[in-house]
Design a protein around this ligand. Sequence first.
Ligand code: COA
Length: 154
Amino acid sequence: MIAQCRVELALPQDAGEIARMSRAYIEQGLPWSWTPARVARSIANRATNVVVVREEGLVIGFAIMYYADTLAHLQLMAIRANRRRAGIGSALHLWLEEVARVAGISEARVEARSDNPAARAFYGRHGYEELRVVNGMYHGICQGVRLRKCLNLD
Ligand SMILES: CC(C)(COP(=O)(O)OP(=O)(O)OC[C@H]1O[C@@H](n2cnc3c(N)ncnc32)[C@H](O)[C@@H]1OP(=O)(O)O)[C@@H](O)C(=O)NCCC(=O)NCCS
């Protein structure tokens, strides 16, 4: 399912909320690396898109993608726990992927914690293939999985 929701670019004032969602939903048990300052730098970076979905003004989901010449890297995404499995992650992801296609980028990459079956299932559903498991990817605390997707350019 893909939610019929409005995907918008994040504003500088969203940085704190996005960083707190990263700490709560993605970086739990790890040092907090996506701090408000780092998210704010991504929002300001012209090579990166930070997108959000809001409900009544509250950010309920976000995703961050970095675009290089031929590669796009999905760096971070999370949906509030009570709003998952409603297609919001898919809406954010497809928005970012479409930008990559329009830019002529042929490959998307992402990493996930190996102990995150929901993320692995989500990326699998969106056509990513798992390349390999990497020991020590997350500060030596847990394993990571590298995934890749070829973007079919018209
Ligand atoms: C991974 C995450 C972003 C998915 O967002 P979402 O909005 O719930 O995803 P969607 O509703 O668009 O799901 C699309 C498909 O992905 C798969 N999927 C998503 N969550 C799943 C789960 N918990 N278990 C199994 N499959 C899942 C399903 O195929 C789903 O389609 P379906 O609901 O029709 O079966 C969300 O679970 C999340 O925020 N998790 C915590 C943060 C995180 O792990 N981020 C990713 C690593 S950076």
